[in-house]
Design a protein around this ligand. Structure first.
Ligand code: CP3
Length: 354
């Protein structure tokens, strides 16, 4: 151990931020993507009280409460503000609805004519409840626990805006990018500019760290990946740091595989979240040397539990804990995951002494 603060556990300030700043921790900090969610009975209770999903996101009292629920249960090293990546299209005046059991529904933006009507500036007053929820969580959160703000990467948000819903292979957005690159570029540009403002607003409201979710990065061929995933993310990182030079940013280009080293170099993110299919030696030799790594337990191993879960946890630790690691899943936790398995995971990671 080289970190002076880390030698005395009682005075360690935010181990999560230390990893992002270059200091490996003997016990890797841990949190889970989608940690506030339907696998928790206390989440389901607030969800019913709130009514609609967006009502939950935009009622600061409820959003702050569900953000803190997984922290109370598992004492994670980071809380992620409860919201959604689709609040940006909502603030741009698009229609956004969440149908129970079906996922998001938006008005499709699938022709250049429709794109011509897209507003360039979000109404940030609509996002004020997210900032208020951040301020509330900040007040209540233990100072050793980091608070994460987030947005979707422009490519992933655009896949929903173009198709009007989730699609298995993001074909509508890929098609539009080939057929109407200028119209598609306008959507991306609008998302870049407004995401910068939104992330800066979250920092101001108390977020310590920002994560950019590019859930559908993995469906793009290399040229398209460079143009629609890497470059817009690079512009967001640059735009945020122009105003907040020390902002800490995590990128999650899910499915990027062999393109991860290039993504990290080009975007300048402080950490990269990796999915469970990542190749360990590539990550250790060409990614973890430049940035911290976050991940990458298979969420299905967390559902399975038992010795399969222990083995999967040990693999993540053996692969990455010798370097800078934030322990996480390779994607979000699934609603059917038993809470006891999450407890088993947290205990095993915290018992690690590497
Ligand atoms: O991680 C967290 O705990 C913070 C909250 C969070 C949510 N969505 C809450 C949510 C975060 C970080 C997101 C990000 C998000 N939203 C992504 C990127 C990350 C990922 O998981 O891939 C994407 C693609 C979305 C869009 C979205 N929101 C979809 C496709 C859906 C429906 C699918 C589903 O899981 O039901 C949502 C709804 C949603 N967002 C839920 C939650 C807890 C479930 C809705 C409910 O409780 O009724």
């Amino acid at each position: 151990m080289t970190g002076t603060l880390s030698l005395t556990p009682n005075v360690t300030i935010k181990p999560f931020l230390q990893v992002l700043s270059g200091q490996r921790q003997a016990v890797p900090p841990i949190w889970m993507m989608r940690q506030a969610g339907r696998y928790l009975p206390e989440y389901r209770e607030v969800r019913v009280k709130a009514g609609g999903f967006l009502d939950l996101c935009f009622t600061p009292e409820f959003a702050a409460e569900v953000t803190l629920q997984p922290i109370r249960r598992f004492n994670f090293d980071a809380a992620i503000i409860f919201s959604d990546i689709l609040v940006i299209p909502y603030a741009l005046g698009r229609s956004v609805r969440f149908e129970v059991g079906e996922g998001p529904r938006l008005d499709p933006l699938d022709t250049p004519d429709k794109v011509a009507t897209l507003s360039g500036a979000a109404d940030f007053a609509r996002l004020e409840p997210v900032y208020e929820a951040l301020r509330r969580v900040r007040r209540e959160l233990d100072p050793n626990i980091a608070l994460i703000g987030f947005c979707g990467a422009p490519w992933t948000v655009a896949t929903y805006m173009v198709a009007g819903q989730g699609t298995p292979d993001q074909a509508p957005a890929r098609m539009m990018a080939y057929r109407h690159p200028q119209a598609f570029e306008k959507i991306i540009d609008v998302l870049v500019e407004n995401s910068i403002q939104y992330l800066l607003g979250q920092l101001k409201a108390g977020a310590d760290v920002l994560q950019i979710f590019d859930t559908w990065a993995g469906v793009l061929p290399p040229r398209e990946f460079a143009r629609w995933s890497v470059e817009p993310t690079r512009r967001i990182v640059e735009g945020v740091r122009r105003q907040t030079p020390d902002a800490k940013i995590i990128g999650f280009p899910r499915g990027a595989g062999a393109q991860l080293p290039g993504y990290v170099e080009a975007t300048g993110v402080d950490a990269v979240s990796i999915d469970w299919a990542a190749e360990p030696s590539l990550i250790r030799e060409r990614v973890q040397t430049r940035a911290a790594v976050q991940g990458n337990l298979d969420p299905l191993a967390l559902i399975a539990g038992g010795t399969a879960l222990d083995r999967a946890i040990d693999d993540v630790l053996a692969n990455y804990a010798k370097g800078r690691l934030i322990f996480n899943l390779g994607h979000g936790i699934q609603p059917e995951t038993p809470i006891a398995h999450v407890e088993q995971m947290v205990k095993r990671v915290r018992d690690y002494r590497g």
